[in-house]
Design a protein around this ligand. Sequence first.
Ligand SMILES: Cc1cc2nc3c(=O)[nH]c(=O)nc-3n(C[C@H](O)[C@H](O)[C@H](O)COP(=O)(O)OP(=O)(O)OC[C@H]3O[C@@H](n4cnc5c(N)ncnc54)[C@H](O)[C@@H]3O)c2cc1C
Length: 591
Amino acid sequence: MFTIRLVTERYAPNQTVLMRWAPNWTVDRGGVYTDGAWTFELDEQQFPNGLEFKFVLAPGRWMAGGNIVLRPDQLTDRDFAETDVDFPHVEALITEHGSIPQRFFIRNLDPVHEYDVLVVGSGMGGGLLATHLARAGADVLLLEAGSYLFPTHVGNLPRRLHIGRFDKHVWSLWPDFKVVNYRNAAGSEYDGGQGFNLGGRSVFWGGLIPRQAAWELGAWPAPVREYLLGGGYDAAERALNATLPAESGYQAETRELLQKTIVGYAAADAPVAVQYRGATSLAIPAGLFSTADLIMEDRLLDDPGYRPPTVNLNVAVWSVLTDPANPARVTGVRGWDTLAGKVREFRGRTVVLSAGTLESAKIALQSGLTDPNGRIGRGITDHTIRFRHFTLPPGSVGASDSDSAKVVLRHPDAVPGTHAFDIVVEFGADFNQGRYVDPASLADERAQRADWMLCELVFMSYAELREGNAVRLTGGPGDPVEVSVAPVPPADRDRAEADQIAATLFAALGAQPVLGEDGLGLQTAKLGNVAHEVGTLRMAGDGTGVVDADLKFLAYDNLYACDNSVFPTSPAANPSLTLAALALRLTGTLR
Ligand SMILES: Cc1cc2nc3c(=O)[nH]c(=O)nc-3n(C[C@H](O)[C@H](O)[C@H](O)COP(=O)(O)OP(=O)(O)OC[C@H]3O[C@@H](n4cnc5c(N)ncnc54)[C@H](O)[C@@H]3O)c2cc1C
């Protein structure tokens, strides 16, 4: 016998390190944690040709780098240090079950209980829908593939501050936790990611919630358009806690400056999903909205008359189940319990897919749903975003050493193809919508940058769905989907106009490039970078989509979708306010 030890305090005691080895890499070999090390007792006779292995952090995080190979004559007791073994964070969905979910998110694994509504995914669409349905009296089960990661938006947490460097802190933790659960087909340019966790990507988003203008909604079903413009957006803003901060002189001055400089466009204070003012004089504002906040607050609500949604974390839904006697009726879902490592089924009178543009399409494809127009997974599109970070030296037009401002500009005569973009300008982009920053760190930051102000200019263009783009299955439910996503470039005239606006603005302000960045020309963001991709389960009012104007799948009586996948165009406006309004509308349909 010989002993292999991984000496570690970091991965002990509430995590489990396993070994897996060649040739069958799928079998877990457990060890024991003793004396500061994960210890594996092995029999050299089992490895006549030596041992090729890896450490794995249960349930599925493989150590990075190559395999560890031991020749037969090296099968003797040996220690590996923590520095030898890195378990990368971002490769896969994290499965954990700490004391908070054990206390507050007790799962109901009963396969017989028939809920009024099963909602798949707790992000922006699903989290809002599940909560509002429960408030309307429905018995709701919310199934979430990920774990309890953060109880609130990351902008409400202690902030990451890169001293002296450009830093959009509001979403600065996104790269640490985003999961890449797809692969690009040849030539595809998608670079997005999933937030597999309670609250989905609503925990990481930027909180900007412009409405779509009437021209952007031209290709949307008329009842949806009328609902959005006729009160739906008002309701969604309330649901996202949007309140404006008290008007600051600096915000007003910046708005006026931009109004004057960007001729022909209407400047307005940027609407954000941030509660600046407490509901009562005694309440602390909730800060940036996320559905993790919403769901957690519901769990803590002590109201005998209210039954919050049951939340089953760590259940990745694979497919929808249909009634063999009536193929137009769904009866529930099947999925994988990542904690127990087993297949589970849940029953519901209605099922709603809210797993996001990629994952909802994946579930629909895996379910082999009847799709009269052959459009499931087709048309995935992310609008073009062009941007430039810039700096304002102290004393330049519009600069401040202590304040920040955020403004949206739109052309009053915009139509698809002409002025078809929203402009967002942030002055002091690293301090907008932010939580407390430690005064000592702030002083250090200011000193390092000699009070130069960090700013951002963004153009977000309207796009029709690109028919050649698609999401496809590559194998079983555990395999990533393949995506083909090509950009939809803005019209040449719009592109030239954006370049001109940027040049005029930068000249008027005396803007300077960010140190280490390349000049002041507009850059094009990678597709999917801020999760605006839409369209895999598009809605249509005339029977040509995947879902109808009520978000119901055409060939089913009780199957719906409620996430960005249902958008029939990729708007200039960021998508979340519209999605929130759709979730509220669907609540009305289903309750
Ligand atoms: C850095 C960043 C900045 C952004 N800024 C803005 C902004 O300023 N304004 C704006 O409007 N939008 C912004 N967004 C986009 C916004 O976050 C998304 O539009 C929104 O979260 C999409 O909601 P969704 O419900 O479609 O998907 P998600 O919020 O991603 O929710 C999907 C949920 O489904 C779960 N899930 C997936 N597969 C399964 C499965 N098989 N079984 C069970 N559960 C599953 C996921 O874990 C997740 O919880 C930003 C996004 C990012 C990443």
